[in-house]
Ligand binder design. Structure first.
Ligand code: ASP
Ligand code: MG
Length: 606
């Protein structure tokens, strides 16, 4: 007999008929002999309706009363679902978050779960009842009993947290789509359903998948190894499995208050190639990485930041044993990149550096928590370690530093982020022990493609190239609670008045862009001779897939798809399982479609 947690979203319980259909499905599972805990959202658009009501009365309703109000939506649906189950002669009992003992932080409207009492749940299950629990809500502590909510979309998180606490055999998230798709079906008509995805990939696809599955739910599933599946409540199709690494049993105390950073990784087997002053037009990255792919050379990081005039710098890292070949390919191709548009045509220059290391922090907890990258930069600065390049993804920040600094960097970062010990690795450790051989599971090295049209880019020019500059900038933004998405610090270093300077670019949500610009402008005296540029007309397009590890040619294919459509790549940042490009906003959708097609993710798969 197994224990199953099933979660039904708002549309799945949107009407009397839908509630009855859900009751049938729940009863079917209970009849097999499984113990069932059901988590439900509020019916249909109930929560939105309640928010509207509140806003009609107050422009700034207090968070406590908002939680009091919004938590009522789920109380309606648990009662109705229980009645429907009882009509089917299925014993069932409904419980609010408080009645279960879903204990959260006291932060109203965005509480994280600390602990879930399981005795009462177990008792009712043993009595043969289906337990129907209100999603999205908890209480601040067992003494105060303040009602809290977890943030919009939080019922997924309630369900997975219950599954982790009850050590359920599986957690099923029923929704109104058939599962997780390779991309947004509204933009790409032949988006396909994925059979499975790893939780790491899902987290990197947060901007694509967040509507289907709350990222905090994925984080819990990943940390506790909860078998998770996303599927439609309308059909009997199997949906999409979200696969997590096997984990050591761990305490569910402080369930959602895990450390924001779960590992510090350092790869000393890296060397860097930089191509300076390549022309800034479509097809350059495609050509360079295409040649490298032809030679079957696997590249790791790729970084291209904002440019000056009509030229760009592109840098990438490879493992030491192939640096000579990577250099040879780059040297051979450089003359072809003669920059026709500058008044003094100059050839692209190739620069190689062998004594570098890549140091990274990873952790799902950094999503939506400002200041993690800033803390990494500040920690390195405190150790007088200069950051040569930066590349970030949703759940990872990687810095290229001098290899002689790597041991000190590891020690100080482990200390700063309270990581017990992190091995120095010479290979790619990103997916650790649960890394599967790419070929066995994936037809394509790319699992999904995401487009984010809601970002803006800020670029800061002429920042002094010395320890502490990045720390200062991102510390400032963290103070304003501005979450930074992609951070890129490029290769180009210019000497101005005898002082080496670099440019740094990053993206934030458009809503935060102006505040970020102002914060930096005000800090201009601290930042010294800098120039701040804001561009809101950008789009970020990303490919994600664990299968790209150790597989040459993936980046080349992505860049070639963009080049074919004459799309200029403004910036590039990568992690082991993700490649993101910034392009102009007007070309975002075409870029997404072209890339989705290039990787054969659509229609005619089988
Ligand atoms: N009802 C809440 C919302 O609409 C929670 C949820 O559905 O997950 O955000
Ligand atoms: Mg939802």
């Amino acid at each position: 007999m197994s224990l199953v947690v099933q979660k039904y979203g708002g549309t799945s319980v949107g009407s009397v008929e839908r509630i009855q259909a859900v009751a049938q499905r729940v009863k079917k599972t209970a009849q097999i002999g499984d113990s069932v805990v059901v988590v439900v959202s509020a019916m249909g658009k109930t929560t939105d309706g309640l928010v509207k009501l509140a806003n009609a009365i107050s422009t700034n309703p207090c968070r406590r009363e908002m939680d009091m109000l919004l938590s009522t939506g789920e109380q309606v649906s648990i009662a109705l679902l229980c009645m429907a189950l009882q009509e089917l002669e299925q014993p069932a009992i409904s419980l609010t978050g408080a009645q279960v003992g879903i204990v959260t932080e006291a932060h109203h409207s965005r509480a994280r779960i600390l602990h879930i009492e399981t005795e009462r749940l177990q008792r009712h299950l043993q009595e043969g009842k289906v337990v129907v629990v209100a999603g999205f809500q908890g209480i601040s502590s067992t003494t105060d009993m303040e009602i809290t909510t977890l943030g919009r979309g939080g019922s997924d998180t309630s369900a997975v947290a219950l599954a982790a606490s009850l050590k359920a055999n599986r957690c099923e998230i029923y929704t109104d789509v058939p599962g997780i798709l390779t991309t947004d079906p509204r933009l790409v008509s032949d988006a396909q359903l994925m059979d499975e995805i790893t939780s790491d990939e899902m987290l990197e696809l947060a901007s694509l998948g967040a509507k289907v599955l709350h990222p905090r739910a994925v984080e819990i599933a990943r940390n506790y190894g909860v078998p998770l599946v996303v599927l439609s409540s309308w059909t009997d199709e199997p949906g999409t499995k979200v696969i997590s690494p096997l984990t050591q049993p761990r305490s569910t105390e402080g369930l959602e208050i895990t450390l924001p950073v779960s590992a510090v990784e350092c790869d000393t087997d890296q060397a860097k190639v930089a191509l300076l002053r390549v022309p800034d037009h479509p097809g350059v990255a495609a050509k360079l990485f295409g040649e490298i792919a032809v030679q079957d050379l696997d590249i790791d990081l790729i970084i291209q930041s904002i440019h000056e005039g009509n030229s760009n710098d592109i840098a990438f890292t490879v493992s030491n044993n192939i640096i000579q070949r990577a250099e040879a390919v780059s040297e051979a191709i450089a003359p072809a990149f003669r920059n026709q548009t500058t008044p003094h045509p100059e050839e692209a220059e190739v620069m190689v550096e062998r004594d570098i290391a890549k140091i990274s922090i990873t952790g799902a907890g950094m999503i939506g928590r400002p200041g993690i990258a800033a803390k990494m930069f500040a920690t390195l600065a405190a150790g007088d370690i200069n950051i040569q390049m930066i590349s970030t993804s949703e759940v990872k920040v990687s810095c290229v530093i001098a290899s002689q600094d790597s041991n000190r960097a590891i020690d100080s970062l482990c200390q700063a982020f309270q990581i017990n010990c992190s091995p120095v690795s010479n290979s790619l450790p990103s997916l650790g022990e649960h890394r599967e051989s790419p070929a066995s599971h994936h037809q394509s090295p790319v699992r999904g493609v995401a487009l984010d049209l809601n970002q803006a880019r800020l670029a800061i020019r002429y920042i002094h190239d010395s320890p502490g500059s990045a720390a200062k900038i991102f510390g400032l933004l963290a103070e304003q609670h501005i979450s930074v998405d992609m951070i890129i610090q490029s290769q180009r270093c210019r000497v101005i008045d005898g002082i080496p300077t670099r440019d740094l670019a990053f993206t934030v949500s458009q809503a935060d862009a102006e505040a970020a610009r102002q914060a930096l402008q005000q800090a201009a005296p601290v930042l010294e001779q800098t120039e701040i540029l804001l561009d809101t007309e950008i789009a970020k397009v990303s490919i994600v897939g664990a299968g790209m590890i150790g597989q040459p040619g993936v980046a080349a294919k992505m860049f070639a798809a963009l080049a074919q459509h004459q799309i200029n790549i403004q910036m590039i940042a990568t992690s082991e399982i993700k490649i993101s490009c910034v392009v102009s906003q007007a070309q975002g959708v075409i870029a997404l479609q072209a890339i989705h097609q290039a990787f054969d993710l659509g229609g005619n798969k089988e």
